[in-house]
Ligand binder design. Sequence first.
Ligand code: NAD
Length: 422
Amino acid sequence: MAKFNPWEMACSQLDTVAQKIGLDKNIHAKLRRCKRALIVSIPIRMDNGSVEVFEGYRVQHNLERGPAKGGIRYHPDVSLDEVKALAMWMTWKCAVVGIPYGGAKGGVVCDPSKMSIYEIEKLTRRFTSEISIIIGPEKDIPAPDVNTNPQIMAWIMDTYSMNIGYSAPGVVTGKPIEIGGSEGRLTATGRGAMFVIDEALKYKKIKPSDCTVSVQGFGNVGSATAQFLRELGCKVIGVTDVSGGLFNKKGIDIPKLLEYVKSSPAKSIKGFSDGDFVSGIEKANEELFNLEVDILAPCALENQITSRNAAKIKAKIIAEGANGPTTPNADKILHDNGVMVLPDILTNAGGVTVSYFEWVQDLQSHFWRPEGIDKELKRIMTKSFADVLAIAEKEKCDMRLAAYILAVSRVATAVKLRGVYP
Ligand code: NAD
């Protein structure tokens, strides 16, 4: 079987919507390429004295609607094509929720679980220095993604600030609150996903208290999504992470699991006493996807729901916390089976939305209260859901195509207005 290529998948999603809306062929050709891609080498002196050279990327897909925005991922499977796809998806995501950014993404090929905290700090600082020629508060603003966190964002902010000679908190979002981070950013992606799911449940006339949920991935996005859905009244009966899966038909105690993961040395769900544990990531995910649930939230990585497993999924709603978890072939199967897929570019846009709030606060040096953040996030997420649903109903298409119609049309309008330079 051909190896999964996220960039090809992202382009095929764009091609589908381009055909549907009759996109101008010149604009289509432009959007099929990334504006800028920087490949950097990152030599680091490891704790044992040896020097290891890592490869990193920062890609800006499109800047027509504003400065570039997108997270930084540390993972052994990072590739240029993956970062390009994630950058393109960021362009659409910012457009769906109507925030004035273009799309970018960054990544370093590394396995942080095998590195010390000092090595991760050095890697982060050198990577920041290398990409500092294209990032900046008015140019391109990174944020957290897989295996990166507020501490790493603090090092990015500090390194960039040291190089320019003054503090520039607006260069990165997802920072700790003490150095210009925003209230609510840490859990924003999960909270935003909950608002979107809540709207979908209302649309389908399902009561949250009647809902069961399974969540793939228990990191930043997965754990917060599980937590907020539980607060909404849903019962989370299955969770997986890199260590395996946890299942409990009576409902997993998510706050306790969160505490457990935080305090466990491996920062994983393995060893939690309440529920049945299944070892082995593939077996655990298979069991998770086959669970009889109302909502399945893939919140780990791309290429998880494919033509191999889509037909077996019993969930009524799939809420994509992760970026690109469902392949186009799987999309067709799910659509035919009547599964409502809440697409990534809508469902997980809460993270970039609160990142935008953080950036605005940094630029103004004026910080909002948590209630203000949550209220504004809810307003944007529920409005975006309604906008996408209205298109889906008008065009008689699924929510992904509807979200793409909205996003690509907005970006295409910006491209047309700005014209071709020179
Ligand atoms: P994270 O590093 O905090 O967590 C990733 C989680 O997924 C971990 O629990 C890990 O153990 C688990 N995982 C990895 N591979 C897995 C597999 N094959 N099966 C099951 N679990 C697996 O990362 P995150 O920030 O939560 O990001 C998760 C996804 O959400 C990514 O697709 C990311 O691009 C997307 N996303 C993140 C944000 C954000 O604000 N952090 C915003 C929007 C989208």
